[in-house]
Design a protein around this ligand. Structure first.
Ligand code: BYC
Length: 321
């Protein structure tokens, strides 16, 4: 058999990529991949990273007002975890050739998205519990299948992220259990938070399947493993018994077990609201982005100092060798 030493042509590379996907193997940073795959991965990973970073704001708002030292320590740890998730994800995006500074620039200039859920205000301490229970719960539902995502660095980052999200969800549920065992005022606070966060949590899974422009291709590439509606249904099925155990009412009169489907039926999500929030017109979009931009600008001196220190260290190392 003779072997050609010529560089493989695009058809061969595409075939190799297709076979990697078909065999459920992982695509790694140095592998050839179609431009569309690279772009989609960068888009999804960047949005995900931005969500983790912007997601620190609604809960961070309560760190200074946590009701006890224990609650403050737990909340601090959780918010720090979100920062860590953002960092792993920006690193994963960098393995695809993206530039972290450029991604941040796109975020603060509204050219890249982040999850709609973080554009709602956190009005009471119960919101911290409900974000843990429902928002982290929805995030887990969405992200556990992403551990099997075809892009290696993303799937591996997701394993650690999901473990930490599980802790986040439990801390939220435990906080709510404690409040529900408290006074009438505390129970009302929990119910109010559930009323405000239930529908936005369902929106986290994205538009309905027939309006989801990216799902089909992302599933064919093994980036997404389930459609938006499948995961939304899974989340509803998981949350109803948890709400019953907690003793709260989910704000949907159409919520009912469907024996034939073996799933809960639920009412229609307000897709106009999701679309408005994604377009930047949610209750807190402007505030979230302005805050992120200010933090980035104020941190410029830290980045400059770190860069200067790294350059000095490498010059010293070079001088020694
Ligand atoms: N918010 O074709 P579709 C977390 C966009 S959890 C904003 O279905 P795709 C955390 C979508 O990007 C949250 N935008 O898209 C938890 C697309 O626009 P472009 C982060 C949304 O990608 C607790 C367009 O609408 N999780 O971080 O197939 C504490 C059409 O949608 C939303 C992830 O990012 C939305 N809810 O599916 C702290 C998970 N929904 O890009 C932090 C990874 C849709 O075409 N991402 N859009 O302009 C995913 O699984 C998928 O990207 C999605 C959307 C399911 C979100």
């Amino acid at each position: 058999m003779t072997m050609s030493l010529d560089a493989p042509d695009e058809t061969m590379l595409q075939q190799h990529f297709d076979s990697t996907i078909a065999h459920e193997h992982r695509v790694e940073p140095r592998d050839w991949m179609p431009d569309g795959y690279r772009k989609t991965m960068i888009r999804q990973i960047a949005q995900h990273a931005h969500s983790e970073i912007i997601g620190m704001q609604p809960e961070g708002n309560w760190i200074t007002r946590a009701p006890s030292l224990r609650r403050k320590a737990v909340l601090l740890a959780k918010v720090q975890d979100e920062a860590g998730h953002g960092m792993y994800l920006y690193s994963a995006a960098e393995t695809l050739g993206a530039d972290r500074a450029d991604l941040t620039d796109k975020l603060v200039h509204g050219q890249q998205k982040y999850s709609s859920i973080f554009n709602y205000p956190t009005l009471s301490y119960a919101d911290v519990g409900v974000i843990g229970w429902l928002v982290d719960g929805a995030a887990i539902c969405n992200q556990v299948p992403l551990c099997r995502s075809s892009y290696g660095p993303y799937g591996r980052a997701m394993i650690r992220i999901c473990k930490e999200e599980s802790f986040h969800q439990r801390q939220g549920y435990e906080l709510l259990m404690t409040m529900m065992a408290g006074t009438d005022a505390q129970r009302a606070m929990v119910q109010g938070a559930v009323d405000r966060f239930w529908w936005p949590s369902l929106m986290m899974f994205g538009p309905p399947d027939d309006a989801s422009v990216n799902t089909e291709q992302s599933m064919a590439w093994g980036i997404k493993r389930h459609t938006n509606d499948e995961l939304r249904q899974r989340f509803v099925d998981m949350s109803v018994p948890q709400a019953e155990k907690l003793g709260v009412r989910l704000p949907d009169p159409e919520l009912a077990w469907n024996d034939a489907r073996q799933h809960y039926d639920f009412g229609s999500v307000d897709w106009d609201e999701l679309s408005a929030v994604i377009k930047g017109n949610g209750p807190c979009n402007a505030q979230r982005v302005a805050h992120r931009k200010a933090a980035h600008d104020e941190g410029a001196w830290v980045r400059d100092a770190a860069t200067a220190y790294a350059a000095k260290t490498s010059r010293r190392l070079e001088a020694k060798t």
